[in-house]
Design a protein around this ligand. Structure first.
Ligand SMILES: [Zn+2]
Length: 69
């Protein structure tokens, strides 16, 4: 094992732990409904799968918003 960078190298979603594909603002991810547990800093890392889920969740939010109007 080489150097350990920040803890943000693995997915921030609780119980996941896969390699990070995208880094997103912690709050944004939290608001999307994904369970990323405690604040890990300014950024939350998401693996490929959870990034997909995040996009789905935020998309849904947007749709619901437009329906509500
Ligand atoms: Zn993940």
């Amino acid at each position: 094992m080489a150097e350990r960078t920040e803890a943000s190298r693995t997915c921030s979603v609780v119980g996941c732990g896969k390699d990070v594909e995208r880094s997103l603002g912690f709050k944004k991810v939290e608001e999307s409904g994904l369970d990323i547990g405690e604040d890990v800093g300014r950024k939350a890392g998401l693996c490929k799968e959870h990034y997909k889920e995040y996009k789905k969740l935020t998309k849904k939010d947007r749709v619901l918003e437009s329906i509500g109007r």
